[in-house]
Design a protein around this ligand. Structure first.
Ligand code: SF4
Length: 358
């Protein structure tokens, strides 16, 4: 073997919190195969590479958000044609969670388009957490900024994860959002940790940032005192009416590189393929799994109507020999496993027939 082709040595059991920007940009600059090899090696040291965790997202309050995030169709500042919806009734949310569970999802994520929850909202959201938890699912919420007390109230209700993204590097942040600071975000994340919840935190690529900004985002995440347990890496979804509607496409290889570097920097975290996955072909998604992504969202409108998107995911899982990861502390794990196997078998049957509608 020619030693000059070997990637830089990695200590596989090393979880670091002191990455320099230069080290991270050097990883981005590796030849693609070397980067993928390192990411795969790290991934296999910590995870079963053939398992992917599956979550379902439910928008519990849609649109009319006062913030100005340049990518977001839910901001009240942009005319995107999105229909505003009030906070969903608690029972309706629990019904959606039940449907998600029946289709094999182990975690239910509830999102509200708020700057931060108001006092009058808290009893509703804490009831939602308790109700979903009672179904035996993991719970996650994203409600905007939280103060210490709100974080504690959610933790006391049994919330497992709180999602709050950093979005991009500190340097590029001002190009994307002006209504809250980077420090505001870090403070919410600190409040979430202090309350004892797990953190889901990542960002968006393809917003016109440079590679150095992608490195900067990952540096912020990787140098937190504790790595976020979940790291969503979103590809910008360009929505008409938002300031980023006409943004140039990011090369999919740059997206895959971001996943691979995230995997190397945060070996024990679930790296999640989030928004933008629907626009990716199967090959790009497969490469993202190879690079170390091991969590996906099933899509928003799950099982309220027949959900061909979820079925397509199962078909891709089948082609790649991937199994949905079971929720480890699930009480009726056997039942959960049986459900997932059933879904896979259905998907396998489906894929045996030509479907002209797809
Ligand atoms: S805070 Fe959230 S919902 Fe509001 S505009 Fe920003 S991303 Fe959208």
């Amino acid at each position: 073997m020619n030693a000059s082709f070997a990637p830089a040595p990695m200590l596989l059991n090393e979880v670091r919190h002191d990455w320099t920007r230069a080290e991270i940009t050097a990883l981005f600059a590796l030849p693609f195969s070397d980067l993928m090899f390192q990411a795969q090696s790290v991934h296999r040291a910590y995870f079963n590479p053939n398992e992917v965790q599956v979550s379902t997202l439910c928008s519990i309050k849609t649109g009319a958000c006062p913030e100005d995030c340049a990518y977001c169709p839910q901001s009240a500042r942009y005319d995107t044609g999105l229909e505003r919806e009030k906070l969903m009734a608690v029972e309706k949310v629990i019904e959606e969670a039940r449907a998600a569970k029946a289709s094999g999802a182990t975690r239910f994520c509830m999102g509200a388009a708020w700057r931060s929850p108001k006092g009058k909202d808290m009893p509703y959201v804490t009831h939602m957490v308790k109700g979903v938890k009672a179904l035996g699912m993991e719970t996650c919420m994203t409600l905007g900024m939280l103060d210490e007390q709100q974080a504690q109230d959610l933790a006391d209700a049994g919330l497992d994860y709180y999602n709050h993204n950093l979005d991009t590097s500190p340097e590029y942040y001002g190009e994307i959002i002006t209504t809250r600071t980077y420090q505001d975000r870090l403070q919410t994340l600190a409040n979430v940790r202090k309350a004892g919840m797990k953190v889901c935190c990542g960002g968006i690529v393809g917003m016109g940032e440079e590679e150095n900004d992608r490195a900067g985002l990952l540096q912020q995440l990787a140098n937190m005192p504790e790595h976020p347990e979940s790291v969503p890496i979103n590809m910008l979804v360009k929505v008409g009416g938002t300031p980023l509607a006409d943004q140039a496409d990011l090369d999919p290889f740059d997206f895959i590189r971001t996943i691979a570097v995230a995997r190397i920097l945060m070996p024990k975290s679930h790296v999640r393929l989030s928004a933008g996955r629907e626009q990716m072909n199967e090959q790009t998604q497969a490469m993202a799994f190879l690079a170390g992504a091991n969590s996906i969202f099933y899509g928003e409108k799950l099982l309220t109507t027949p959900n061909p998107e979820a079925n397509k995911d199962m078909q891709l899982f089948n082609k790649l020999g991937i199994k949905p990861e079971a929720y480890e502390v699930h009480e009726d794990e056997g039942e959960q496993e049986a459900m997932i196997v059933n879904k896979l078998q259905e998907a396998q049957l489906d894929s045996m027939f030509y479907n002209a509608a797809k």
